[in-house]
Every structure is written in structure tokens, then in C-alpha cells.
Design a protein around this ligand. Structure first.
Ligand SMILES: [Cu+2]
Length: 141
């Protein structure tokens, strides 16, 4: 009886901590013909009590991955580098067409429409988050 009780306490103490992580959902790349860069889109959720920032991204599907932000001003759309992307405690950040996105430079043979590509985010707290992105065609489907 005593053993069961302490096990229950242990589970209660450890379960929430294990669930409080940074996670990635809805990840996909838009593969374009030839060696054109593939745009990468996803949502990142920070369930921890501390704000973190994404400092870099790596993928075996790309020679280099950059973070970009698109914006439109005066009818002109442009992209600029995003050195880091903040994800507030308990909040999220969205990489979506027209805004923040990954720029997958010189895609490798892994970047095949209908396939899957591994992606790793490097966070400011020193941890890494692994995710799998689906590869879609130019239409986003
Ligand atoms: Cu870009």
C-alpha cells in the first residue's frame, strides 16, 4: 500500500514535466523543380514555463536551411533573414506562406514530393527538437 502510494506521487510529479516540451506540428516543405529552394512551414508550440528562441535549423533534405521572413510593403514583397525566432512560454510561433518560413537551399535527393524529410531545430536553451516534414509540390498539396 505504501509502495503504491509513492509510485502514484512519483507519477504525478514526473508526468507534467515530461509533457512540458517544445514541439513541432504540421511541418511541410514546398518542393520546386530543379535546385530551387524549398520553402518550409510548421507550427512550434512551447509548453514550458520559459521563453525560447529558434536559433537555427538543419535538415538532411537541404544543404543549408535559413530562416526568412516575408513581408509586403508598397505592393512589393520581400524576404529578410531571421536570425532567431522567439517562442514565448506557453505560446507558439507559426511558419506559414507569406510570413516566417524556412528556406531550404540546394535540396538533396531526399526532397521528393510525397516523401518525408527530417528537420532539427536548435533552441536557445541548448536543446534540439526533431520533427518530420512532409514534402508537397508547388501547389502545396
Ligand atoms: Cu525565403
Amino acid at each position: 500500500m505504501k509502495l503504491k502510494l509513492s509510485l502514484a506521487i512519483l507519477l504525478a510529479l514526473t508526468a507534467p514535466a515530461a509533457a512540458a516540451t517544445v514541439s513541432v506540428t504540421d511541418g511541410w516543405f514546398r518542393a520546386l523543380p530543379g535546385k530551387l529552394p524549398a520553402g518550409g512551414y510548421f507550427n512550434v508550440h512551447n509548453a514550458t514555463k520559459n521563453g525560447v528562441a529558434i536559433l537555427g535549423v538543419q535538415s538532411d533534405g537541404c544543404s543549408t536551411v535559413m530562416m526568412h521572413k516575408s513581408s509586403t510593403s508598397g505592393g512589393m514583397s520581400r524576404m529578410e533573414m531571421a536570425d532567431k525566432v522567439e517562442v514565448p512560454a506557453g505560446g507558439k510561433a507559426s511558419f506559414a506562406p507569406g510570413g516566417l518560413h524556412l528556406m531550404c537551399m540546394r535540396p538533396t535527393a531526399l526532397m521528393k514530393i510525397g516523401g518525408k524529410v527530417p528537420v532539427v531545430l536548435q533552441l536557445s536553451d541548448g536543446t534540439r527538437v526533431a520533427a518530420t516534414f512532409a514534402v508537397r509540390g508547388a501547389s502545396g498539396k
